[in-house]
Write a protein that binds this ligand. Structure first.
Ligand code: SAM
Ligand code: SF4
Length: 325
């Protein structure tokens, strides 16, 4: 069992397989970064798997593959099958922008993927285009349909932004209700890489929008999940992820691994340790020692907060496209 320096059990690993992306979402990667991590610095799936096997042996039970856009990485289904074949009861999930899902959903399911979170910020073509800076909507919607058809458990992620898509919160909730899938509204997390003109919405503002159309009841947090669940009068459930409140840090159960082998204890902070040299040599003991150190150093909580400091809004310098959100 993996326990961190604050007594929290860590059983969830998020693996970012690439920082590259085919979208340029305003809140994540509005411009192509000055330089990508050179391809030769990316760990191969076999090298990532050396660490993943170690982490599973030590107590990881849930793995989410993310990015950048993970479906840009060739043979992702083979990587998923590698993990699934090692331990078939691992809860295997993927977060994607959905653009390439039309062609890949069935293969991912057949490889052992159970769950998929798909980002959908608007149902209006021009708004989705403005956010992602590309004409994306038709392909994303078709990808969502294919994922449902393939039998994957689908969730939708929406980041509401003031004056951009805040008028679509209820529409997206209804879109999900009609398909029997769940939406999670994610508060915009300020970070140095996002377009600086963006204004996110507080959780209470998001709930107020939904209350204009529905009565809602709070259900509570689902285990260690950062999502706080609510239910509508007709039984439809939705989630709200509010990183500006720290109550979910208390039960944080996750660590993150980047495509170049940095093991990150908290999404907000820059601290990380590399497992790259160890996994390249197949040195399981070395990788395991880095994992233990990262767990000892895992911070108690992030620094996003609704109360701004003298310097302004608390902003993370971490890029979401590197850590996988
Ligand atoms: N490309 C995939 C996607 O968009 O789903 C996976 C990677 S993306 C970094 C993972 C999640 O992080 C997405 O749901 C995205 O909406 C969310 N995200 C990215 N930047 C964010 C920000 N500044 N605030 C809140 N959520 C953010
Ligand atoms: Fe790409 Fe996902 Fe970031 Fe959008 S949120 S730029 S799709 S990594």
């Amino acid at each position: 069992m993996l326990i961190d320096g604050h007594g929290r059990r860590v059983d969830y690993l998020r693996v970012s397989v690439t920082e590259r992306c085919n979208f340029r979402c305003q809140y994540c990667m509005p411009e192509k970064p000055f330089s990508w991590v050179p391809r030769e610095n990316l760990l191969s799936f076999e090298e990532l798997f050396v660490f993943i096997r170690t982490a599973i042996d030590e107590g990881i039970t849930k793995i989410r593959i993310t990015g950048g856009e993970p479906l840009l990485r060739e043979d992702l289904d083979k990587f998923i099958a590698m993990i699934h074949d090692y331990k078939n009861d691992i809860d295997l999930a993927l977060t994607t922008n959905g653009y390439l899902l039309e062609e890949t959903a069935q293969r991912l399911k057949d490889a052992g993927l159970r769950r998929i979170n798909i980002s959908l910020d608007s149902l209006k073509s021009e708004v989705a285009w403005k956010i992602a800076q590309k004409d994306i909507l038709a392909k994303v919607l078709s990808g969502i349909d294919k994922a449902i058809e393939a039998g994957l458990k689908v969730k939708i992620n929406m980041v509401p932004l003031k004056g951009v898509n805040d008028d679509e919160i209820v529409d997206i909730l209804h879109y999900c209700r009609d398909r029997g899938i769940k939406v999670r509204f994610i508060e915009y997390m300020e970070n140095a890489h996002a377009s600086q003109s963006l204004q996110g919405m507080h959780g209470k503002e998001i709930l107020a929008r939904i209350k204009e159309a529905h009565t809602i009841r709070a259900l509570g947090r689902e285990g260690a999940s950062p999502s706080f669940n609510y239910v509508l009068e007709d039984g439809t459930e939705f989630g709200l992820i509010d990183p500006h409140k720290h109550d979910f840090c208390e039960s944080c159960n996750r660590i993150r691994l980047t495509a170049e082998g940095h093991l990150i204890p908290c999404l907000y902070f820059d601290e990380a340790m590399s497992i790259a040299e160890h996994v390249k040599k197949g040195d399981i003991a070395g990788a395991s020692e880095v994992l233990a150190q990262v767990l000892r150093d895992k911070p108690k909580e992030n620094r996003w907060s609704h109360e701004n400091t003298d310097e302004g809004i608390n902003e993370s310098s971490r890029a979401f496209y590197q850590t996988g959100g």
